[in-house]
Design a protein around this ligand. Structure first.
Ligand code: PLP
Length: 397
């Protein structure tokens, strides 16, 4: 019996594959350093854990409204309004099972077969997959020559009469790049002029390194709110990736279409996670993230000393999230102990088998010359793992 055609579009996210391979080896007793994770290494804050426990004890164990409890939607709206300097109401917010569902529902609500959706490359692997599931066509713009940022010129060149949206992710996974205000403002202006949507994924907005500041397009140009879907999540900012709670902010008619879809698919996101998120929005004084960022800052400083000493290896500007994106182009085509490295996948396999470090090959993000290294793992592990990588790279000649 045959499967549906759409299953052919779907392959397992290669980010998860490397994580699983590393965990298998670890399980077998091998000393693997796993740089492939996409989440903070520390535990969630006491504030959010206590709120979740209280929610269970207080009996909040039943269905909630589909796109979230009213107080949570209102609290998120108030927070986003403050950040953006323009009014969002509760019914312009949809609470979802993580940012991934917010992005998926937005894709299903906005894209038709034949639509083109512009995606800067390298990209987070789920963006093109969701566009394709919706029947639309991803149009990639290579950003490797422009500091791993989509420029106004690059965007303008890619826009056609079929353009329905652009997807911007800042701070960026996999590169760690944070878009600057001027570039975002120009992108917003082009979207207004040429009338297409901006899907703005700012899941890592609280994870920015010293001296860098994050902005979104609505903050910079309030008028673009009418054609923007802001996507955010508690996963990364509160170290609760497993709790599945995120949200989308957008025009009422889009949120309402997303609600209808969610009503027939997953219904409400976990009631316990919603109560925990409400406590986080209402009572979070920022101290948890402050500590997390301080640790990441120190780790990054140490990591960059090692990365900078790696010969023939480049690195994207590490400004946010918790990723280093290495450019290993100069190692492709060379050999390790007589074995030719014909692709970045071969290189990452070698890194796992020889150096016992797991990283994600850039091909997973549409970049055959890069690899992603997460520094949200223990400081000593980051140091030891990068030294192992450096030793291996030195032997590739
Ligand atoms: N967007 C980006 C850019 C991500 O990196 C991730 C997770 O890695 C997500 C969205 C999904 O986050 P969530 O756990 O909230 O679904």
């Amino acid at each position: 019996m045959l499967l549906a055609e759409r299953t052919k579009i779907l392959t397992p996210p290669s980010t998860s594959r490397m994580r699983e391979l590393a965990n298998e080896l670890k399980g077998a007793g091998v000393d693997v350093i796993n740089f492939a994770a996409g989440e903070l290494d520390g535990d969630a804050s006491d504030l959010i854990k206590e709120a979740a426990k209280r929610a269970i004890d207080n009996g909040f164990n039943k269905y909630t409204p589909t796109v979230g409890m009213k107080p949570l939607r209102k609290a998120i709206a108030e927070r986003v309004s403050r950040r953006c300097g323009t009014q969002y109401d509760g019914d312009e917010i949809a609470v979802t099972a993580g940012a991934k569902q917010a992005l998926y529902n937005a894709a299903m609500a906005l894209f038709n077969p034949g639509d083109e959706v512009i995606i800067p490359r390298p990209y987070w692997v789920t963006f093109p997959a969701q566009v394709e599931i919706a029947g639309a066509r991803p149009v990639f713009v290579d950003t490797r020559g422009t500091g791993y940022r989509l420029t106004a010129e690059g965007l303008e060149r890619a826009v056609t009469a079929a353009t329905k949206a652009v997807i911007i992710n800042s701070p960026n996974n996999p590169t760690g790049v944070v878009y600057d205000r001027d570039t975002l403002l120009r992108i917003a202006e082009i979207a207004l002029e040429r009338r297409f949507w901006i899907i703005f994924d700012e899941c890592y907005c609280e994870l920015v390194r010293h001296g860098v500041s994050h902005s979104n397009v609505v903050q910079l140009l309030n008028r673009v709110k009418a054609q923007t879907i802001l996507v955010n999540s508690f996963s990364k900012s509160h170290a609760i990736t497993g709790w599945r709670i995120g949200y989308a902010c957008g025009p009422r008619h889009v949120i309402s279409a997303m609600e209808n879809l969610q009503g027939h698919t997953t219904s409400n996101p976990c009631s316990i996670s919603q109560h925990a998120a409400l406590a986080a929005v209402q009572n979070d004084d920022g101290s948890f993230m402050k500590k997390v960022n301080a640790v990441l800052e120190d780790r990054l400083r140490m990591a960059m000393l090692i990365v900078d000493s790696m010969k023939e290896i480049g690195c994207a500007p590490a400004e946010g999230a918790f990723y280093l994106f290495l450019n290993v182009e100069k190692k492709i085509g060379k050999s390790y102990k007589g074995r030719r490295i014909d692709s970045v996948e071969t290189l990452t396999e070698l890194m796992l088998s020889e150096a016992k470090v797991a990283v994600v090959p850039g091909a997973a993000f549409g970049d055959p010359s890069g690899l992603r290294v997460s520094y949200a793992i223990g400081t000593q592990q980051v140091e030891e793992g990068l030294h192992r990588m450096k030793r291996l790279f030195d032997e590739i000649i």
